[in-house]
Design a protein around this ligand. Sequence first.
Ligand code: MN
Length: 513
Amino acid sequence: MYSADEIIAQLNDLAEIDRELVRKAYVFAAEAHKDNKRYSGEPYMTHTAAVGYKLAAMGMGPRTICAGFLHDTIEDTPITSEQIKQEFGEEILFLVEGVTKLSSVRYYGTDRHNESLRKLFVATSQDIRVLIIKLVDRLHNMETLNHVPTEKQERIARETLEIYVPVAHRLGMGKLRKELEDLAFPYVYPEDAKRVIELLTKRYGNAKEILERERKVLQKRLAEVGLRKFQTSFRVKGLYSLYHKLKRKEWDIDAIYDLMAMRIIVDSVEDCYRSLGIVHDLWRPLPQRVKDYIAFPKPNGYQSLHTTVATQSGTILEIQIRTKQMHQDSEFGVASHVFYKPPAVSDTVKQPSMFTSLIPSLFRPFQESIPKESIDKSVSITPHPQKIPRWISQIGQTYNADSKNPTSEFVADAESDFFSNRIFVFTPTGDVVDLPVGASPIDFAYAIHSEVGDHTFGAKVNRKLVSLDTELKNGDIVEIDTRKSAKPSPKWLNFAKTSLARRRIKGTLEQDI
Ligand code: MN
């Protein structure tokens, strides 16, 4: 069990008064839960301490960490809201109550799916920190799911995939999303998980060695050509996202080019493009695999340069090049904009999951390596506000968790902006589609699949026929009617909002000329 001091040690610049607050909440929670046990038989506090630890490691502030310790007290112990308010103040109570409220959001199967999701979003639109605590709570519950009675495991894992993963994705929290996915995957699709692991082990049992070797080659070259400050690291694709890709590629693992990825993290956008040139000079790039997500970020804000190369030894590698700020954004998403302090690189190392024990050589955490001579650790991270999507950058500017005036109007403004620039709509089967405000059924259709977009004939919103330029609203259930003969019309460009839809419509129209 993590001690209070271990947790405090994650936040080195903490003022004495905040240290005291964290210690007090830790002791208070341990006392409150003293009669509770986890399914594993361990004291309940192992869970709340782990949640606090993870929040601290992510760089969240002292009040968020306190709320992490206390998040189950109201629900599972005799402690009342009044007591928490008295001991810890209104802000911490607000966070604890927010998390408690979310516990009532439960996934009972596809028919309740839509409603639960909507409730979740509405309930959490109050404060992003509530959502972050809840996601971290779920992460620890997933890490310890093997102790939970078998009949409950699948429901919890499915709920994780159906509700928590989309939320983490929506918030741009890539690292947490991957962890949740890979933990839930074998419980929900046990046969498929086995198949993916077998395939991966058979084909790339020595992935780590390969990556380690190629990394040295890359590091040497980057240093030779005089790139002064860089970090390299690598990852093997997450099992669950690999599974989805395998299904699309008829289970041909050799058709998957991003299975192994090398990352280069540099100080500036200029160095990103420079590194791309160096990589293409070192290794042969595969045609049409260069993607510039720096100039054209993904809808959830993700930024990076991607390319796929074949190394001298014939390994296919995806190379991802980004600045430190972009890296943090992609790992922590919105959380990196409410950081109390950015987490140290070593903090991004993942706790061992069941996969690390299954195939230890493959699923090591993301390994960071910093050549001593070529990196200055004190380099500060310069955000590029113009490149961060408006809804994220506004939170970053106006809202710092645990700031002096946390309940200011800023918080309310930033969060209403965050939740008001995007909408969530649903497919008839309950899948969530995340779109910008003002999006139309055409945007929805292209978000589902380009083929659906290209052949859209009509649309229904909440079971009623609507025109294709109808503005979608939060919670709408959208159904697309396709016809083989239908094709994009120039008129669609008058109301299509997403770049994905617009690009595709223009492309198809040009083909026709
Ligand atoms: Mn909990």
